[in-house]
Design a protein around this ligand. Structure first.
Ligand code: SAH
Ligand code: SF4
Ligand code: F3S
Length: 463
């Protein structure tokens, strides 16, 4: 059978990254091989995100670029999947008539059939059925392409209905995967060379609750016992579901990284209530104190939304106050964006775009101060790094590498490729002395077990 080429553009969160990997695997039997060239592709799939208006605009601007290609290349198939596909369904054909297939977030299992039908019958198809049961096994082919890190989705959907959020509508009800299946998938990834696993879900710490399969902390304990796995991360946790058992995991589980992403969204109790977040500012701070009590150097990051409908200057000041009190390691912050279906779209007292922009700018400026300060504190420390590969700035004359600390800081360093490979064959994590800090990363020098510094790195870069 002739090899055909598949180009996937993934927009959105890590769950879409995981889904795109599954899509590529599930289409292998149809002889589709991944390519990074749009021109070469016989099938282009856009895996989309609907979380904010901007993300949706990104989808349609990319699709716009494809209409010319479609005219030029006979037989080219264009498919739209993911959250915008789930949300818009066949309306996508009206806006972009050259699209052949629209498939939803739970239609991935059926993709081989759907693509085959488009190929042979040359007809346009929409499949956005949300089904309670997903046969995850069909999607596995556990070969890893040499990466040290991998994502594993442990639950799908969300039942929280935060009033600003589109996820429950586009990803369906919360469904936890069977823990045996998850453990099997992780073991297979570890056997293929993966060292760090990130467990994914919109609300990972409510894992198992709805189906009574096992609690999240029980799952973590079992993952921690997998031989050969060095690090465990998870995202995203909901503050309302931070249990004492989970807090204790940060003290007791040797492989669990010292980082938690715990989105607060707002520091105002009035706004948190309107958002349907089910915790107060005080309860949130209490959880942070517990986490720091169990693991004093844990890195804490968060998401914030500014300009939620009805957010007054006083509400906004409460958010700034929360940021000051927690002293986050880093945050993501967004201007509130109306989403179809989400309850807040109908809320009154919308905040003007200008005001949202101003609030976002000031909030990010405030956090910048803490991020820089916390990064500076790393200078002089020796940190264990999991090497992920060549750094983004890699060029031919210099060997620059990148990895992360347990606290999820990016660390770049220079080292001769052969020396590094030799070290990595014996030690999976390497020690790096941090020498410089930047706004989004750190720079370090490798210290090998025999305490000799990496000479190439030292010669070129030591401060
Ligand atoms: N499940 C996770 C995150 C989901 S989406 C959680 O509960 O935290 C990632 C982030 O996007 C959210 O944390 C929120 O800060 C932001 N977000 C979601 N909907 C939004 C909207 N309508 N406008 C602006 N930001 C939004
Ligand atoms: Fe959206 Fe809230 Fe669910 Fe997160 S917990 S995905 S913000 S509804
Ligand atoms: Fe976006 Fe869907 Fe993820 S809306 S954030 S890709 S769950």
């Amino acid at each position: 059978m002739k090899t055909k080429y598949l180009y996937i553009n993934t927009i959105g969160c890590q769950m879409n990254v995981y889904d795109s990997e599954s899509i590529a695997r599930i289409l292998l039997p149809l002889n589709y091989k991944e390519t990074l060239s749009l021109e070469k592709a016989d099938l282009i799939i856009v895996n989309t995100c609907a979380i904010r208006e901007k993300a949706e605009q990104k989808v349609f601007s990319f699709l716009g670029r494809l209409s010319k290609l479609k005219r030029k290349k006979k037989g080219l198939i264009i498919a739209v999947g993911g959250c915008v596909a789930q949300q818009e369904g066949k309306k996508i054909f009206t806006r972009t008539p050259f699209v052949d297939l629209v498939f939803g977030t739970q239609s991935i299992n059926r993709l081989p059939f759907l693509i085959k039908t488009v190929e042979t019958k040359k007809e346009r198809i929409v499949d956005i059925k949300l089904s309670e049961y997903m046969d995850e096994k069909k999607r596995y082919n556990y070969k890893n392409n040499g990466k040290a890190t991998a994502f594993v989705t442990i639950m799908r959907g969300c039942d929280n209905y935060c009033t600003y959020c589109v996820v429950p509508y586009v990803r369906g009800q919360e469904i936890s995967r069977n823990s045996e299946e998850i453990l099997y998938e992780i073991k297979s990834l570890v056997d293929s060379g993966v060292k760090e696993i990130t467990l994914l879900g919109q609300n990972v710490n409510s894992y198992g609750e709805r189906h009574g399969v096992s609690s999240f902390s029980e799952l973590l304990l079992r993952v921690n016992n997998i031989k050969g796995l060095l690090r465990i991360r998870f995202t995203t946790s909901h503050p309302k579901d931070i249990s004492d058992d989970l807090v204790a995991c940060f003290k007791n589980l040797s492989r669990l990284c010292k980082h938690i992403h715990l989105p607060a969204q707002s520091g105002s109790n009035q706004i948190l209530k309107k958002m349907n977040r089910k915790y107060s500012k005080e309860e949130y701070i209490e959880k942070i104190d517990k986490l720091r009590g169990a693991c004093p150097d844990i890195a804490i990051t968060s998401d914030f939304i500014v300009g939620f409908p009805g957010e007054t200057r006083a509400d906004y000041a409460e958010t700034l106050d929360l940021i000051k009190r927690v002293e986050y390691d880093n945050i993501f912050a967004f201007k509130y964006s109306d989403r179809p279906n989400a309850a807040a779209a109908a809320f009154l007292n919308k905040v003007s775009e200008e005001e949202k922009k101003e609030r976002l700018k000031n909030l990010l400026n405030l956090q910048q101060h803490y991020t820089a300060l916390k990064n500076q504190n790393y200078i002089g420390r020796t940190e264990a790094i999991l090497v992920e590969g060549p750094s983004k700035k890699q060029n031919k004359s210099i060997s620059e590498w990148t990895g992360r600390t347990s606290t999820n800081r990016i660390v770049n360093f220079a080292c001769d490729e052969k020396i590094l490979a030799n070290e990595l064959s014996a030690n999976k994590l390497i020690n790096v002395i941090i020498e410089k800090s930047f706004s989004n990363s750190l720079w370090g020098r490798v210290v090998f077990n025999n305490q000799k510094a990496c000479h190439k790195g030292k010669k070129n870069y030591a401060a």
